[in-house]
Design a protein around this ligand. Structure first.
Ligand SMILES: C[S@@+](CC[C@H](N)C(=O)[O-])C[C@H]1O[C@@H](n2cnc3c(N)ncnc32)[C@H](O)[C@@H]1O
Length: 341
């Protein structure tokens, strides 16, 4: 997408206005109202029930940013943005604004950012606390982002593991990772761990995906919940990054204790390469963790291997999940472990 100015300082200083314009357009359904046609400003003003001057201010701005184009006084969705904004399907990416650009999240970044840099973290939202509603928002809003990576993880594991009977999806959120395993391994029983309110979202998604009969839930904190079974696959997607080294090691030790003999732990996360500074989303994620958690970070593959090694786990494989920015790291017990990898 385009910048507002060639002066990088001016452009970056007012970048929050880009977020505001996108949120306004999403909440007023501007992209759906334009749809696949070209619409005059007056028509948009009538359909959205907003002043004509607001249509010009908002939609001309969105043209500068590359989301809309204006031709002969009519607005349409730019070809490059269609994949994300196409009315009906792609526009669900806009749902993620409910989490990514939630007011309580944005204020964490914009109010005194020097403080979380200086302190190496922030009080955050208590993002790992049970009563934080932010995770219900996440579970509802982030599905379009999780869909490609969750499919890739299930298909990678399917290519290396013949039979999987029990899967534990830790910090399941929307539940997509476990649900994709249920599709890939039709015999598998899935157990999801998360806070009770979040698990209700995951369970409803599992029902919608027709795997609800093999989907059960264990509410509570990962640190406290007792795990009654041994699992062939334990999924840790996008959870360890919230914690410091000691807590990550504690979680991995607990998960190792619940692995079946040849079981595998799948860490799916933003894992940056500090040399090449790739993928950019993973590099930027370290900043996100500083702003929103007390101790979290974007750990590298090597970091996670070290945490695993401390509790007797070894790396069996790691894959970048192209085209997503996520990496899948598979760990197994150091002794007695075997797989076709
Ligand atoms: C970033 S979301 C990840 C959701 C999903 N696994 C994914 O990859 O999209 C983090 C999830 O961890 C859950 N969570 C945070 N702290 C937790 C804890 N201590 N115990 C269990 N779940 C926790 C949140 O409720 C949320 O659903």
């Amino acid at each position: 997408m385009n910048t507002i100015s060639k002066n990088p300082i001016y452009d970056l200083a007012i970048s929050y206005q880009k977020t505001a314009a996108l949120v306004a357009a999403a909440r007023l359904n501007i992209f759906d109202l334009i749809g696949s046609s070209s619409v005059t400003a007056q028509n948009l003003a009538d359909r959205a029930d907003i002043p004509l001057k607001s249509v010009f201010a908002l939609c001309d701005f969105l043209c500068i940013l590359g989301l809309l184009v204006k031709s002969e006084g009519k607005y349409s969705i730019a070809a490059a943005a269609l994949a994300y904004l196409k009315p009906g399907s792609g526009s669900r990416f806009l749902d993620s604004l409910d989490f990514l650009a939630a007011p309580e999240i944005m204020s964490l970044y914009l109010n005194h950012p020097e403080k979380f840099i200086k302190n190496g973290g922030s009080a955050g939202l208590g993002v790992t606390a049970e009563n934080d509603r932010v995770w219900e928002k996440f579970a509802e809003a982030m599905l379009p982002f999780a869909a490609p990576a969750s499919k890739l993880v299930a298909s990678k594991m399917k290519s290396t593991h013949h039979s999987v009977s029990r899967v534990l999806d830790v910090a399941a959120g929307h539940g997509l990772y476990g649900i994709e395993f249920a599709h890939a391994f039709p015999e598998a029983e899935i157990t999801a761990v998360d806070w009770q309110d979040v698990l209700e979202v995951a369970k409803s998604k599992a029902d919608q995906a027709n795997v609800g009969d093999r989907y059960s839930t264990l509410p509570g904190s990962i640190f406290d919940v007792s795990l009654p079974e041994k699992y062939d696959v334990i999924l840790l997607p996008n959870i360890l990054h919230h914690f410091g080294v000691a807590a990550c090691t504690e979680i991995l030790g607990k998960m190792k204790g619940s692995l079946s003999e040849n079981g595998a732990i799948c860490i799916v996360d933003f894992m940056p390469d500090p040399e090449t500074l790739t993928p950019p989303e993973a590099v930027a994620f370290a900043f996100q963790m500083l702003a929103t958690t007390p101790d979290g970070s974007a750990y590298t593959v090597e970091d996670y291997c070290e945490f695993g090694s401390a509790v007797g786990l070894k790396k069996t494989s790691a894959w970048r999940l192209f085209p997503t920015p996520a990496t899948l790291l598979v760990l197994q017990q150091r002794t007695g472990a075997s797989s076709r990898n």
